[in-house]
Design a protein around this ligand. Structure first.
Ligand SMILES: O=C(O)CCC(=O)C(=O)O
Ligand SMILES: [Fe+2]
Length: 778
């Protein structure tokens, strides 16, 4: 066998035949068996009532084993046992043949022999029974139990055998000797006899012969060796990207289907059960844990539709199409383009663990499969025709059970990666128990994968548990590293005491750095425009109030937080407060009024003077855009709690804004016939200069401009981008065509609307924000 350890392991498990039966039933003729009992003589079949009565005379209440004790308890086992020394049994050679059938049926090696050893003779009278139990194995070579039911007249008294979630029920016969053999690990019971009497002989079955118990053992040994090698060999990365650390887990995918609620060790089916049993034994030998998990698998295939005229094009084909094997059966799979495996649920290795939701991405070199997913039926499939570079793709989704194995020494890492909250709770537990250095060591082992684990499920990342745990770690760097990947939007008022506690413990500078790291990840990319970020800024007053309530450390934390929030906000907004405005910019700025009000309300509450001063300074930027932002913030501030929710900062902003609006309104209105327009920021090309000259010209309303295609499109886009009140059309005559520019009435209309808005805003500010002679506004 060649290949990597995980490939060999999958191959070894694939070589197993379908599992043998766990119990075997057969019948022999009455003439194949004779039983004689001292004091009674040979039994007649079916056993007549008077012989049964004599047996009852000889019988003693049967005992049963529990742990090391042997007990009698008729609520557990209610049956009579005839002393074995009084019983002699004789079989014809048919019995040897039956034993060979049983051996094969149970899947035991053909070169071995099953040796029966009479254990007891039992009599069940009407109403008697034996509850579910497992027979104790007398020694290592005992593999099972054989129950021989003598021909007798009775109803009820079925022998019920359970194995791997299946049950089999066997009845005795009036006219034949019935034999039931089952593996020693099967739980079984005898149901109450309804009428008549049931008489049985029970045998222990021993397996003898060369290497009897070895085959399974050798396989387990080989699997264990594969596991050891897998966990010791650096993973080879795809596309020649070298080697990574040795894997810390192996997920072996099973073949049968299970529901999320219905999968457990005892419910594994067919070959899965057998493979699982072997892998468990091998894992144990290799010092590994095994957990049972459910995996979600997505595969994207490059696929061909062999019938490109599919669907309605050729209706006459409809009939033969119905014979297609399945949803996506008509597509021919080419290459596997991409696949992902995520564990969604598992039962942790600790005794008594319940199934829990997890989220863990399994990489290719951590997977072993005997049956590739593409040989199974997906629960969902989707075909996409012509996806750019990929051509046609077929996505398929599967849900498979998996055995996830890891070295016991890596248990913490594996569990932590799948359920970060568990890891933090464990850290906290260690710290509480006084094992700080153990907690520190364990925390460091989390760092290589922590960012990925937290970010892969950022919405439900365990921020509170992490804040709690890192406090007791006493390691500022590890604490920062563990907190870094959390999304700032998760930070809620409930976290305030924990956050303040950390500031107290690790110091103000540490807290400042942490905040910087958190905000830094927002600053990058377009993250800061997300609505959830804006909403978070709006809610800052609640967080700030909670921090204030947490004492002086809370207040300092609030200051750091607000400084960062302000820097982020002002950095984004400042460039857009000057220069020409457009409708989209105006909308954007007025949407930012609410988050600004949130920041400033929180700053006022916590007396973050630096932020307040800077806000007032920003509010003095003389422009209509500033007025738009400030008015929107003032309106939003009114929605916040009254009283301390409206600090003096809003009064200052209102005053500055009112000043700007008064100045703007004091400027003379555009004179009738004044068609001058401020040109957009120059791009300094010749064409833009011509455009600017036309725009500035008070008298000229239109321009006929012969211009080649490229030039025309440059001018079209300049006018559109700046939303100038200028119609721009191409007259398609002559060479080159003529670009016809016409200034429109919108020039006057827009300015009128702006003045109206200014007037309304000023009136609103005067009404709501101008200090009355006797009191501040509220
Ligand atoms: O009587 C039977 O059918 C089974 C008895 C039994 O389970 C036992 O003796 O352990
Ligand atoms: Fe039993």
């Amino acid at each position: 066998m060649t290949g990597t350890a995980r490939e060999r392991l999958a191959e070894l498990l694939g070589d197993l035949a379908e599992p043998p039966a766990s119990s075997v039933y057969l019948k022999l003729f009455m003439s194949d068996l004779s039983v004689a009992v001292d004091g009674i003589g040979p039994l007649r079949f079916p056993v007549p009532d008077e012989q049964t009565a004599w047996l009852r005379e000889l019988g003693r209440r049967a005992r049963f084993g529990r742990g090391r004790q042997t007990l009698t308890d008729p609520t557990v086992r209610d049956t009579w046992e005839i002393p074995k020394e009084l019983v002699s049994v004789e079989w014809t050679e048919a019995f040897d043949a039956a034993l060979a059938v049983i051996r094969d049926g149970l899947g035991l090696p053909a070169h071995c022999e099953l040796t029966p050893d009479l254990h007891s003779m039992l009599l069940y009278e009407t109403g008697q029974f034996f509850v579910t139990h497992q027979d104790s194995e007398k020694d290592d070579t005992m593999v099972g139990t054989l129950v021989v039911t003598l021909p007798s007249v009775h109803t009820g008294g079925e022998l019920v055998i359970e194995h791997l979630g299946d049950t089999a029920e066997y009845r005795g016969s009036k006219v034949a000797v019935s034999l039931v053999a089952f593996y020693a690990d099967c739980r079984h019971q005898v149901l109450p006899i309804k009428t008549g009497n049931r008489i049985t002989l029970t045998y222990n079955l021993f397996l003898t012969g060369p290497g009897a118990a070895l085959t399974e053992d050798a396989l387990t040994e080989e699997l264990a060796a594969c596991l050891t090698e897998h966990f010791a060999t650096p993973a080879r990365l795809l596309y020649g990207r070298g080697h990574a650390e040795p894997p810390i887990r192996l997920a072996y995918l099973l073949d049968h289907e299970y529901t999320a609620s219905g999968f457990s060790w005892s419910r594994l089916k067919g070959s899965d059960a057998q493979r699982a049993a072997l892998l468990r034994a091998a894992a144990d030998r290799a010092g590994c844990d095994v957990v049972l998990a459910l995996a979600e698998i997505q595969e994207t295939w490059d696929a061909l539709d062999p019938d490109p005229w599919n669907d309605s094009y050729y209706e006459g084909e409809e009939e033969h199409k119905t014979e297609d094997p399945g949803d996506d059966g008509e597509y021919v799979l080419q290459d596997l383009l991409d696949s992902s495996i995520t564990l969604a649920r598992w039962t942790a290795p600790e005794e008594g663990s319940r199934p829990e939701d997890v989220s863990l991405t399994i990489r290719d070199h951590e997977v072993a499969v005997t049956t590739p997913s593409s040989h199974l039926t997906p629960y969902e499939a989707q075909y996409e025709g012509y996806m750019g570079n990929y051509g046609n793709t077929l996505d398929r989704w599967y849900r498979r059970a998996a055995l996830v194995i890891w070295p016991r020494a890596r248990r913490f890492s594996n569990r932590a990666q799948a359920t970060p909250k568990w890891a933090m709770d464990e850290l906290e537990r260690m710290i509480r128990a006084g094992n700080t250095s153990e907690a520190q060591e364990v925390a460091r082992t989390l760092l290589p994968f922590w960012d990925t684990a937290i970010r892969s499920d950022s919405k439900s990342a365990p921020l509170a548990a992490t804040l709690r745990a890192v406090g007791g770690l006493d390691e500022p760097e590890t604490a920062t590293a563990l907190l870094r990947p959390f999304e700032l939007v998760l930070l809620a008022p409930g976290h305030a005491p924990l956050l303040a506690g950390l500031a107290g413990h690790y110091g103000d500078a540490w807290m400042g750095d942490l905040q910087r790291v958190w905000f830094e990840s927002w600053r990058r990319g377009a993250h800061s425009y997300r609505t959830e970020v804006m909403d978070w800024l709006c809610e800052l007053p609640l967080l700030a109030a909670a921090l204030l309530a947490a004492g002086p450390d809370g207040k300092i934390t609030a200051h750091r937080l607000l400084e960062q929030a302000w820097n982020l906000f002002a950095g984004k907004v400042r460039p857009w407060l000057t220069g020409p405005s457009t409708s989209s910019r105006d909308t954007w700025l007025s949407d930012l009024g609410r988050p600004l009000a949130g920041i400033l309300t929180a700053a006022a509450q916590t007396e973050a003077h630096g932020v307040l001063d800077e806000a007032v300074r920003l509010g003095r930027t003389p422009s209509d855009q500033t007025a738009l932002l400030v008015v929107s913030a003032l309106r939003a501030a009114g929605e916040h709690a009254t009283g301390n929710g409206r600090g003096a900062v809003f009064g200052d902003l209102a005053a500055g804004c009112a000043g700007h609006l008064q100045n703007a309104l004091a400027r003379p209105q555009r004179a009738t016939g004044d068609w001058s327009i401020d040109p957009p920021e120059a791009c300094s090309c010749e064409l833009c200069e011509t455009l600017a000259a036309f725009l500035r010209d008070r008298a000229s309303r239109s321009l006929e401009w012969p211009l080649a295609k490229q030039g025309r499109s440059h001018i079209h886009s300049r006018i559109d981008a700046a939303e100038l009140p200028v119609r721009h059309q191409t007259r398609r005559q002559g060479r080159p065509y003529t670009l016809v520019l016409t200034k429109t009435e919108a020039l006057f209309d827009t300015e009128r609307l702006i003045r109206e808005r200014h007037r309304a805003d000023l009136a609103w500010i005067t009404e709501n924000w101008t200090p009355k002679s006797d009191a501040l506004p509220c």
